[in-house]
Design a protein around this ligand. Structure first.
Ligand code: SAM
Length: 274
């Protein structure tokens, strides 16, 4: 979908874009193709698209996959999409509310979306934590959030978002998308990330809540020693024994610990009373 077509559609329909809904539409054909390539779509694939907007990405997804389920919040855009793509499985809803209130098994799906930036992180966490999480996440979002998703221990961007998503997903690739590829150009830098679901889960489902609790507590005060912070939730003796067994210094801060160390700590503490 060319920029001129987008402008014309918006003018004919008298649609004024809503900034709070993150309505920056991607019109650059090369970037759209790069996003679709990152999804490695097969003809039988099922794709979840959140925030289809005027449908530039939707068009390619419909061409390359077996099924597209799209969720769009703006009723004016839903009307446009229904006319453009009569066969699209389209839901008029707030995607975050939908994901929270109507849990589904997404394990046979791929997320491919240019997400509304203001809700991109909670949407990704919601999907990543679903028991049947999608096999792949290909998402365009704010560069700052992209860096957090792809970070490793000791990076400035490493934190709660990194760990909650990477527990289930292996970061694969990411690339920047220049602002002038969108209409209107956003005020922030953008990037597309690709994460692939781990073939073997790092932790059993039953221990995920403990992992989340440890991670959130460890980063609740970034500069403080993790052992001290965790004492709010676990007995000191149990913590000290676990740190010693895992050869983690009692002075260590959460930002220095790798995902694998957080996983090992979860296994050691999962049986301890919190
Ligand atoms: N995919 C289109 C593209 O690439 O041009 C549009 C992307 S635009 C960044 C984000 C889209 O998400 C907008 O169409 C906006 O109306 C929609 N949106 C915003 N908040 C939403 C929400 N909570 N649930 C579903 N859609 C939402």
């Amino acid at each position: 979908m060319k920029l001129s077509e987008m402008r014309e559609l918006l003018t004919t329909r008298q649609i004024q874009l809503t900034k709070s809904l993150g309505q920056n539409f991607l019109h650059d054909g090369n970037q759209l193709r790069r996003i679709v390539d990152a999804a490695e779509l097969q003809p039988a694939d099922k794709v979840l698209e959140i925030g289809p907007g005027l449908g530039p990405l939707t068009q390619l997804l419909l061409e390359k996959s077996g099924e597209v389920f799209a969720i769009e919040k703006d009723a004016r855009l839903v009307e446009v999409l229904r006319e453009r793509f009569p066969n699209l499985n389209l839901l008029h809803a707030d995607a975050l509310d939908f994901l929270k209130n109507e849990p589904r098994d997404w394990s046979g799906w791929k997320l491919v979306a240019n997400l509304p930036y203001s809700v991109a992180s909670p949407i990704l966490v919601e999907l990543a934590q679903a028991p049947g999480c999608p096999q792949r996440l290909v998402a365009t979002l704010q560069l700052e959030v992209a860096k957090r998703l792809m970070a490793a221990a000791d990076d400035d961007d490493y934190g709660v978002l990194t760990l909650l998503v990477q527990l289930r997903y292996q970061p694969r690739e990411w690339f920047k998308i220049p602002a002038d590829c969108f209409f209107p150009a956003p005020d922030v830098d953008s990037a597309c990330v690709c994460l692939v679901r781990r073939a073997t889960p790092l932790l059993p489902e039953a221990q995920h809540a403990v992992f989340e609790r440890i991670v959130k507590r460890a980063f609740s005060q970034r500069r403080k020693m993790m052992l001290k912070l965790l004492k709010q939730d676990w007995p000191a003796a149990k913590l000290e024994a676990a740190f010693a067994a895992l050869q983690i210094s009692p002075q260590e801060r959460g930002e220095k610990l790798s995902l694998e160390q957080f996983v090992a700590l979860t296994q050691a503490l999962a049986s301890a009373p919190a």
